[in-house]
Write a new protein. Structure first.
Length: 395
């Protein structure tokens, strides 16, 4: 494990240097923010070539800016992808990619446990377009295989999943995709390229809500799609061009800045979350802890195989709805908020917050008990987070 970690430390340098080309910008170490919406051409011939995407260059803000390109090349280095496109939000990245690949009649396989807006996108926007979706038990490779049909075009996965922190076996998913000639897409928001690089494992595309760990400071909403160049360019010159959900230059700059400290933040998120998960596991008020880095996690062996670290997210269960609410009233350091991936520790109660729109029966089917609490462990001192949870758990 140690050797492997040392081999992987290239990411610390790539994160700091990726996408930065001071020689192009008067020596500026951080790519300037190009707010210009329009760029002048040198002559009509190159105008036409740039406009058609046959020659590199900029002409209109919706089709990219130097600030956006710098971010795109930085994330490509970290995820080891061929090309990337920055978009206005995680949902813009997911919808632009799926609408570029899929057409009426296609079939998609997706995890049962999935980000709620992604599942709503599939049911409320893709399904009415004639694209069918089957939601499978994500932890069982045989279930994915059994659900594949001749119409299946794409397998979509998230790992670890929200909010139960189950894993999808990525090598098994890649194997299935190869056998059935399916396109594979992985939402790598929870793991980040520091902990897991699906493209290196043979996945075709990675999507991110850069709003979370990539940005890292709870001050941007952004998304990125990474993968085969031809498809990414089709998003740029067709889907995103027509739907319009491109990343703003100021946002691109903030996400690029976030990437520079991503490895060091993730190292700390990983270490803090493991310490907090171990503390919760031995606490008498806690019934169960779901964290892929604990030996008690049913997929611990898989986590060791496909992840470098186990991330900052933990789910745990207290006795009931009332105990969970009491705890959330008592926390002081942990902030009661949705979302994740911030430097601050965030805490939320699934049944009353993110999953309140589901019936109790639906929640239970998804494994979400009334006492389930989700933590996005920040980079504060681990003992401070633990003391806060300890006092909040005291009766
Ligand atoms: C937040 C999130 C999204 C959506 O991203 P936005 O930036 O909010 O549009 C998608 N997938 C996962 C796993 C997320 O956590």
């Amino acid at each position: 494990m140690k050797d492997r970690e040392e081999d992987e430390d290239w990411i610390f340098t790539s994160a700091v240097r990726g996408g930065e080309t001071p020689e192009k910008f008067h020596g500026a170490l951080a790519t300037p923010i190009y707010r210009a919406s329009v760029y002048q051409f040198d002559d009509p011939i190159s105008a036409n070539e740039i406009h058609e995407g046959h020659k590199p260059g900029y002409f209109y803000g919706r089709m990219g800016t130097p600030t956006q390109s710098a971010l795109e090349s930085a994330i490509c280095e970290l995820e080891r992808g061929e090309a990337a496109i920055g978009l206005a939000s995680g949902m813009s990245a997911i919808s632009s990619l799926l609408l570029t690949i899929l057409k009426p009649g296609d079939h998609v396989l997706a995890p049962r446990s999935i980000y709620a807006s992604t599942s709503a996108l599939m049911k409320q926007i893709l399904a009415p377009l004639g694209i069918s979706i089957d939601f499978v038990n994500e932890t069982d490779p045989a279930a994915w295989r059994a659900a594949a049909t001749r119409q299946t075009k794409l397998v979509y996965a998230e790992t670890p999943t929200n909010p139960m922190l189950t894993l999808v076996d990525l090598p098994a998913l890649v194997q299935l995709a190869r056998e059935y000639e399916l396109i594979s897409v992985v939402d790598n928001t929870f793991a980040t390229p520091f902990n897991q690089r699906p493209i290196e494992m043979g996945v075709d595309f990675v999507v991110h809500s850069a709003t979370k760990y990539l940005g890292g400071h709870a001050d941007v909403v952004a998304g990125i799609a990474i993968g085969h160049q031809a498809t990414i360019e089709k998003i740029r010159w067709h889907t995103a061009k027509l739907l319009g959900g491109i990343i703003a230059p100021d946002t691109a700059s903030l996400v690029h800045r976030g990437l520079k400290t991503l490895p060091i933040r993730m190292q700390r998120h990983n270490a803090n979350a493991l310490a907090v998960a171990r503390f919760l596991e031995q606490h008498s008020e806690v019934i169960k802890v779901h964290y892929p880095g604990l030996k008690s996690h049913v997929q611990y062996e898989l986590a060791l195989r496909q992840m470098r670290g186990f991330g900052g997210l933990i789910a745990f269960e207290v006795a009931n709805y009332q105990r969970a609410c009491q705890m959330l009233e008592k926390v002081k350091l942990c902030r009661l908020a949705v979302s994740l991936g911030d430097v601050s520790t965030l805490i939320q109660h699934s049944a009353s917050m993110t999953h309140a729109s589901l019936s109790k029966q639906h929640r239970e089917a998804a494994g979400i008990s009334d006492g389930l609490i989700r933590l996005s462990v920040g980079i504060e001192r681990a003992d401070d987070i633990i003391s806060d949870l300890d006092q909040a758990l005291a009766c």
